[in-house]
Design a binder for this molecule. Structure first.
Ligand code: SF4
Length: 337
């Protein structure tokens, strides 16, 4: 049995998110007191935020539901652990201008909003100071000048906060700005919204993406096959019909997707939705997420089994991001990461 919610357009869903641990546990018919008190404490550091459509994919009465574990604050988040820090990827160093992160040689990250539809407890940006860091309209000229001074850059990545929480009008404005720069050929949009509010893939968004002169790639973020219900898959497949390439990145998380079978099922389900698995990230060591960490040996074993069970085109690359590196670091076969 799953939680039933009233289907609405995506804007109404965004303004009707569940933000209180009490309400989330009540809707899922869960009442353990220890869960609630820990959740209330941990949510004071990083708020609970989850769309009802995503809760609708969870099982009622299951405190270990893999989707619930990704969003329910936990008292273990309050523990301190060596090596788990607020800025694990050293992004403050790469922050050139408000909203701009220049970490890679040919790619350039733009964070246009600090808002997400969902708060993932393992998020490496859970401590990121978005509010001091968002580009305003008047910052565009500085961003343009910076881009024009970096001729190696041919791709812009709209990254989290989640760009698909923005209105289509605002997205259109930024896409138009980027299109005006000849050097930019590719626009990549990283978003978890199509997984947590599939109705976000609306007619206007598709029209905006398919009519751009830029080659558009949508990188979604799904960690578990239960996130991919029929509505979500049909919305994703619709993008492919319009020539929009959709890739998936997942994060390996203890208790959520730490079995080869779950990852194999995820890859096949993505393929049904015409999405290709892209990256399988090892957890970034962000403060508050230690309880999702699996350890190198277990990761190696899981990945070996995934490799043995899937055709090569459905195997996501196992990677870690290392602060200051110019690319993601491939990990398979390394047991000391
Ligand atoms: S949607 Fe992405 S940026 Fe937002 S909290 Fe989740 S992982 Fe972090």
């Amino acid at each position: 049995m799953t939680y039933l919610y009233k289907a609405q357009n995506w804007q109404s869903q965004m303004s009707d998110l569940i933000t209180s641990p009490e309400e989330l546990l009540k809707e899922l018919q869960l009442s353990p007191e220890d869960l609630l008190s820990g959740a209330i404490l941990a949510s004071q550091q990083f708020k609970l935020r989850v769309p009802r459509a995503f809760v609708g994919k969870m099982k009622l009465g299951d405190a270990l539901d893999p989707l619930l574990l990704q969003v329910l604050p936990h008292h273990l988040e309050l523990e301190e652990h060596a090596g788990f820090v607020t800025d694990p990827l050293g992004e403050e160093q790469a922050n050139q201008l408000p909203g701009v992160l220049h970490k890679y040689k040919t790619r350039f990250l733009l964070t246009l909003t600090g808002a997400c539809a969902i708060h993932c407890r393992y998020c490496f940006r859970r401590h990121f100071p978005y509010q001091e860091n968002l580009p305003k309209n008047e910052d565009w000229l500085n961003i343009k000048t910076y881009l024009e001074s970096q001729l190696d850059i041919n791709e812009v990545i709209l990254s989290g906060g989640d760009p698909l929480t923005l209105s289509n009008r605002k997205l259109a404005l930024w896409i138009e700005r980027l299109e005006s720069l000849k050097q930019i050929k590719i626009l990549r949009i990283h978003s978890r919204v199509p997984i947590v509010i599939p109705e976000r893939i609306d007619v206007e968004l598709i029209s905006l993406l398919k009519n751009s002169r830029l080659r558009i790639i949508l990188v979604i973020h799904s960690n578990h096959p239960a996130e991919l219900d029929n509505l979500t898959c049909s919305k994703l497949a619709h993008l492919a019909k319009h020539n929009i390439l959709v890739l998936n990145q997942a994060v390996l998380l203890k208790g959520v997707n730490d079995s080869a079978q779950t990852l194999v099922d995820l890859s096949y389900r993505l393929f049904e939705a015409q999405v290709l698995p892209y990256y399988l990230h090892v957890l970034d060591k962000v403060k508050g997420a230690h309880h999702f960490d699996l350890g190198a040996e277990k990761i190696d074993q899981i990945y070996k089994d995934v490799l043995a069970s899937l055709p090569g085109y459905l195997v996501p690359k196992l990677v870690r991001e290392v602060a200051g590196e110019k690319n993601k670091t491939p990990l398979f076969g390394v047991t000391t990461f």
